[in-house]
Design a protein around this ligand. Structure first.
Ligand code: NA7
Length: 570
């Protein structure tokens, strides 16, 4: 067993910043910390970088935000040199991109893969974190940034006999790095959320029989993906500045613009034509650029749902299957809507079947297949597309212990409490960008805003001679109350959405996002700055060694490559 270093008062921590997770947020945090002259180490559980885009490598996994709006915007050179192939890139391209970024900016030497953090304990006397990982890593850090993501702990349903199945078994969120062969196999897919509906049409072409176990149908609409042409590429490069401005001004971090008309402003014929345009539009424009009342007015929502249901009936030839695929218990936008390519069409294939688990629930898994109340079906492979322990899953499994020995699991027993989704009181020098209370929308934009602010706060502390930073409990209470208030404000997600933790048995029913979005984050950050960081308690730890991030030799900075464009001040 590796001896864990004890932080000795007066002894400098091994590193200024430990970042947990080399996903899109962690990579950016590493970049920013190094750029600010701090020493930094990323500990990543996976065998490579990418986070969500490393683990979710199932066939068909792809963005449903436009590729160029999801990627990093901090460097125009990077933007210019990386040519996304599709408006909605597939996982292999995304993983290549993230590896390119890591190498392009000299970040790889600062990333340790295969290091799953199992304990992070705050040392009050030294004002540092002691972090250990399963690979034997033991390191002390002034600051701990948990960029562990919100969709990083796969959820497996607790079904009797699940371990008895002797065939191949995979979870979409834990997909192997070695190829999975579907050819000629009888495959079951359990779950029809965003992951399941991306996977199903892709593997349907390869398997000998596919059976989809659906508990709740979703309102799936076309992604409308397309290759990025040379002209598109040129336009993207030319419009970089304007695009950044638009994205920055968007509450949800998208380029899609709001519509200016409500559903019943238009007569039926015009409405139908608008719905057709929406159906043909890319990804999230169906939420953002829709009629202004679609998400908030029941009648308006029902009009659109009726249109989508008719589309499903027109695509799926078997009326009984079509009917099962049409949601009956929730409106469009009440849950995070999936975007699809050829999903409904897959059910027209004679070897693809749909089992409605509301009609015939799963009784148990057997050694050879799945038994429902209708009987057993045998499979060579079962794919679990059954989602994640959203928001808090990874943070609560990391062994985080804060001030006075209080574990995070205890402090968040009733759900997460945060200030700005960035810190939680009682856990000094711990930051959680891209975690719970982050916004719904194009994640990298909001998470990037948080990383920028975390970095700015660390630099502020360094420049003012502080080495501990802790959210003020009163500020945290106000922010968390705001999150809870906004959770039910129209247009809100329904209580059945996993954004409330409802998919995990025993999890507290607390809203895990910040529906007030970026405008609220920006205004609060502005307030924090204006008040001289009043919402954070900053101090000098009793036995602290020199503050983190002493200016580094220019050579260390040079490794980061060409100077990046600053993020716009918010
Ligand atoms: P989701 O969206 O949480 O979907 C999980 C699916 O698995 C959903 O259809 C669930 O049905 C189903 N599920 C969960 N538990 C069971 C059990 N016990 N039996 C049968 N079916 C079950 O996860 P995804 O991975 O698809 O997407 C996650 C996010 O990734 C997505 O929102 C995007 O942001 C990308 P339910 O609806 O709960 O009845």
């Amino acid at each position: 067993m590796t001896a864990r270093p004890r932080a000795v008062p007066g002894r400098a921590p091994d590193v200024d910043v430990v970042v947990v997770g080399a996903g899109i947020t962690g990579i950016y945090q590493l970049y920013r910390a190094l750029e600010a002259g701090m020493s930094a180490l990323v500990l990543e559980a996976g065998g490579g970088v990418g986070g969500t885009w490393y683990w979710n490598r199932y066939p068909g996994a792809r963005f449903d935000s436009e590729s160029y709006t999801y990627g990093y915007l901090f460097s125009e050179e990077l933007f210019d040199e990386w040519e996304w192939q599709e408006h909605f890139a597939e996982q292999p391209e995304i993983e290549r991109y993230l590896n390119h970024v890591v190498d392009r900016f000299g970040l790889r030497p600062h990333i340790r893969c295969g290091a799953r953090v199992d304990s992070a304990v705050y040392d009050e006397a030294a004002g540092t974190w002691r972090v250990t990982a399963g690979d034997g890593t033991a390191v002390t850090a002034r600051y701990l940034v948990a960029a562990t993501g919100v969709l990083s702990v796969p959820h497996f349903p607790d079904l009797p006999g699940r371990d008895d199945f002797v065939g191949e078994s995979y979870h979409t969120g834990l997909w192997p790095t070695t190829p999975v062969d579907f050819a000629g196999k009888r495959v079951a897919v359990v779950g029809t959320g965003s992951s399941g509906v991306q996977l199903i049409p892709v593997i349907a072409a390869e398997v000998s029989a596919l059976c989809v176990y659906q508990r709740t149908p979703n309102w799936c609409t076309p992604l409308n993906n397309a290759p990025i042409t040379a002209e598109d590429q040129a336009a993207l490069r030319a419009d970089f500045e304007a695009m950044c401005k638009t994205l920055h001004a968007s509450p949800s971090g998208f380029l899609h613009q709001p519509h200016d008309r409500a559903t019943f402003d238009d007569p039926p014929e015009q409405r139908q034509a608008f719905f057709e345009r929406m159906w043909e539009s890319p990804g999230f424009s169906k939420l953002i650029s829709h009629y202004t009342d679609m998400l908030v007015d029941e009648r308006a929502n029902a009009e659109w749902c009726g249109f989508v249901a008719d589309k499903v009936r027109a695509i799926v030839r078997d009326p009984a299957t079509a009917d099962k695929l049409i949601p009956k218990d929730h409106r469009f936008g009440e849950k995070r809507p999936p975007f699809v390519t050829g999903y409904y069409e897959a059910y027209n294939e004679p070897h693809v079947d749909l089992v409605d688990l509301h009609e015939t629930p799963i009784v148990r898994m057997t050694a050879t297949g799945i038994e429902t109340t209708e009987g057993e079906r045998q499979f060579d492979m079962v794919v679990w597309a059954t989602g994640f322990d959203f928001g808090t899953g990874a943070l609560l499994r990391m062994g985080v212990v804060g001030r006075s020995g209080v574990p995070l699991t205890e402090y968040w027993a009733e759900g997460p409490k945060t200030f700005l989704g960035i810190q939680t009181a009682g856990f000094p020098n711990l930051f959680i960008p891209g975690g719970p209370h982050a916004a719904a929308g194009n994640n990298p934009r909001y998470n990037g805003d948080q990383v920028d602010f975390v970095t700015e706060t660390l630099v502020y502390a360094r420049d003012h001679g502080y080495d501990t930073i802790e959210a003020d409990p009163a500020a945290e209470e106000r922010w968390t109350a705001m999150v809870d208030r906004w959770a039910t404000r129209a247009p809100s997600f329904g209580a059945g959405s996993y954004y409330f933790g409802t998919n995990i048995p025993g999890k507290p029913r607390k809203y895990l996002l910040n529906s007030a979005g970026r405008p609220k984050l920006f205004s609060m950050i502005a307030e924090v700055r204006a008040s001289g960081y009043e919402a954070f308690k900053m101090s000098r730890a009793p036995g602290a060694a020199p503050t983190a991030g002493e200016p580094r030799p220019p050579a260390a900075r040079a490794a980061l490559g060409p100077r990046v464009r600053p993020s716009p001040r918010v």
